[in-house]
Write a protein that binds this ligand. Structure first.
Ligand SMILES: [Fe+2]
Length: 392
């Protein structure tokens, strides 16, 4: 008996030691994932277990070995310094539109940084020998067709997210939108990855870009301010616009749903002012040639202006809808309500339809120059509703 106890004790001690050394190893622990992929740029994000200097190496598409020649290195810099951090967010500019690229990420551990003396440790990187290099394609406003999916209100139910997004593939889906409330409040980096981002990375986000729209629940929690650093956009804000093929996308941040003074926000909310800031931006964006020349204009915002009468929805109705009513919007895609509904235009008030996605369904959207087709899909792949929106 004593011998068995000793063996078990030894095995537990060895396992504990192994897991500790594993936890202490320098490694890429989350990512990479693609952000803000545009016609001429992309941002690649990942994290490491300890501080590091990081870079991305890019290669053209094709079957030539990644080792065939040296590649340009893209570093994250801030005011001329290469950044030492555990969150790595590398912006790559100067890309060609509508072009596939292959990429590899590297992080070199910084074990000590005092004055001018920097000591480096191990290097962690993605594999290009046993598996194919990662890839992505830049967008192209001249592309004939666009295909995207949208989910929302996952509230950290990672299994639902996996079931909804298991078939997202590079080459089939151009991008995925996370339309808010992916977690119920934002407390830590770990929760951000466990709640929704790590499943997305495992399934597709290394090769298919994720575009993030903030939900009202993600404005809450002690990590809510840092949380936004894990995303990138072409405006540097959580509201932004971009063109892909025949569609001009306008992403708005609906902010909180109750008045800023509500006791639930503990005096930390300032969303009326934030929505006014977006109103001014939106007014300008809707006049751009990129927007005016698109076959379709799609608005993505978490809180719908109709279907709820709380303060956030009212403020969106007052500040955004009058501008959007004049801009030939084809559809607004929302979440927040946790159940599906399709709100038809309302004479004199709303000039476009609003589609509210449920918490356990996915919208699959394809558009060419004549039609924008939306399919509402459940976790088993059954289509529940569909809409065919004709060009204005
Ligand atoms: Fe919500």
């Amino acid at each position: 008996m004593k011998k068995i106890v000793a063996i078990i004790f030894f095995a537990v001690a060895m396992l504990s030691c192994a897991s500790k050394s594993c936890a202490q190893d320098f490694a890429i622990n989350h990512g990479p994932y693609l952000q803000a992929v545009g016609e001429n740029e992309a941002t690649i994000v990942w994290t490491t277990t300890r501080p590091a200097v990081s870079w991305v190496e890019m290669a053209p598409a094709g079957k030539e070995s990644f080792y065939a020649e040296e590649h340009t290195k893209y570093f994250e810099t801030k005011n001329g310094n290469r950044v030492v951090n555990q969150l790595h967010k590398i912006h790559i500019a100067g890309l060609e539109k509508g072009t596939e690229y292959r990429y590899r990420i590297f992080s070199k551990e910084v074990t000590s940084y005092e004055g001018k003396r920097v000591i480096y440790g191990k290097i962690a990187c993605t594999d290009v020998f046993r598996s194919a290099p990662l890839r992505f394609a830049t967008s192209d406003s001249g592309k004939d067709r666009v295909s995207f999916s949208m989910v929302c209100d996952i509230h950290a139910h990672a299994d639902t997210l996996r079931a909804l997004l298991k078939d997202i593939r590079y080459g089939t889906t151009d991008m995925v939108f996370f339309n808010g409330d992916m977690v119920s409040s934002v407390e830590s980096e770990q929760q951000f990855f466990d709640g929704f981002m790590q499943p997305a990375i495992d399934l597709f986000a290394k090769e298919v870009p994720v575009f993030y729209t903030r939900g009202n629940h993600e404005t809450r929690g002690k990590f809510s301010a840092q949380f936004t650093d894990y995303f990138a956009s072409n405006s540097g804000k959580l509201y932004y616009s971009f063109r892909q093929g025949p569609v001009f996308f306008i992403v708005l941040d609906g902010g909180e749903d109750k008045p800023d003074s509500d006791i639930e926000y503990s005096e930390l909310a300032c969303f009326d002012q934030y929505r006014t800031e977006q109103q001014h931006w939106l007014d300008q964006v809707l006049k751009t040639p990129e927007c005016l020349s698109a076959a379709f204009r799609v608005v993505i915002i978490h809180i719908p202006p109709y279907g709820t009468d709380w303060h956030g929805a009212r403020d969106i109705r007052e500040k955004f809808v009058p501008l959007l009513n004049k801009a030939r919007i084809d559809v607004m895609l929302c979440g927040h309500m946790h159940s599906y509904s399709y709100i038809e235009p309302i004479a004199g008030k709303l000039n476009f339809p609003i589609l509210i996605n449920a918490a356990n369904t996915r919208l699959d959207v394809t558009a060419d120059k004549d039609n924008l087709i939306i399919k509402d899909m459940d976790t088993k792949g059954v289509m529940l509703n569909s809409h065919d929106i004709k060009r204005h």
